[in-house]
Design a binder for this molecule. Sequence first.
Ligand code: UD1
Length: 379
Amino acid sequence: MLIWIKAARYIRLSRRDSLANSLMRICTVVGARPQFIKAGAVSPALKAAGIQETVVHAGQHYDDGLSAIFFEELGLAAPARNLLAGSGSHAEQTGRIMRRLEAYLDDIPSFDAILVYGDTNSTLAGALVAAKANIPLAHVEAGLRSWDRSMPEEVNRIVTDCLSTLLLAPTQTAVHNLEAAGLGHATELVGDVMLDAVRHFAPRAEARAPLNQITAHASGTYALATVHRAANTDTPSRLDGIFGALGQLPWPVLLPLHPRTRARLTSIAVPTNVEVMDPIGYLSMLTLQKHARTILTDSGGIQKEAYWHGIPCITLRENTEWTETLEHGWNHCVGADPASILHATQTPPTGPRRPLGAAPDGGSASAAIARALIRNHRR
Ligand code: UD1
């Protein structure tokens, strides 16, 4: 009897919640590859919580291999509007997204909040437009810091965090960073949505993108590398150093290449053990990560994915936002110096991995985000 009463009360409360939530309308701004992956985890959770979401694609990434394939693989609904911002200098790209997003929001008013992910120019543009239009701003992956302001992403994060009304932090380290910046009042620890994405999509990856359909190399016999940061691609000595090190590795190196890096290949000798590939989708990437012997990357997300898969990572930067991954040598930040890169590949981890990015209640970060949005909407 008591159980029945409790269940009836729960159903009544859930109905009331979803009635209130159905009044909540949010506009999500995505623009680049990692944001499509994060939306692939979060959008279904928003829907399940009764939040009405409208997705706007800034158009920062526009090649099929960097954009369309992610919408298809992750089952994302087509965006309500593509702002077609395209490439350009930071100011050009950010300004173009801002102008077009502002015009869109003028046409379609009454969003209760704008949601942005991560640290790209699309994120910054979404944050500035939201703040100036007085629309509450929620930032997923808030509080990360590399402490290196020469990185455009670091500038984008700092500004976005300062403008946000709700800071959705993936880790305790991110929470500390936000508290130290005086932003603790707006911060909630929700966990890492990239972990949700890995948990949800890794089993599908094995079925839809099996290793033998991506490469002829067997599991554990190759290294996986990615290079796309401007600091590496636009500094010839760094790019030489990285390719020099890849060429000295005793394994084949699979290198799915961002168009920015491919454009630099004309001035670089690609070593014979390095197999350059076109950019690949998320499912193929998860498969290649899982079966790699080691991963070398300058991406933020791939460092974490390597950690979750239990594959040693070498970060081709001098710093990382994900300092937890450095513990026991699961990740080494070595920059672009060939000797340091090679030494790191010969230095295996010395201890176990600790859980990274789990939601505080043991559920999913995406569901925690939906709940935080609703709570803040009601305040
Ligand atoms: C952006 C993000 C970076 C993120 C990365 C994910 C910023 C400042 N950087 O870097 O944090 O890790 O996305 O991949 O927002 N290009 C194409 N086709 C495309 C898109 C870009 O060829 O569809 C080429 C263009 O030459 C462009 C260059 O890549 O100029 C760089 O693109 P951009 O969007 O400026 O930055 P990313 O390097 O992709």
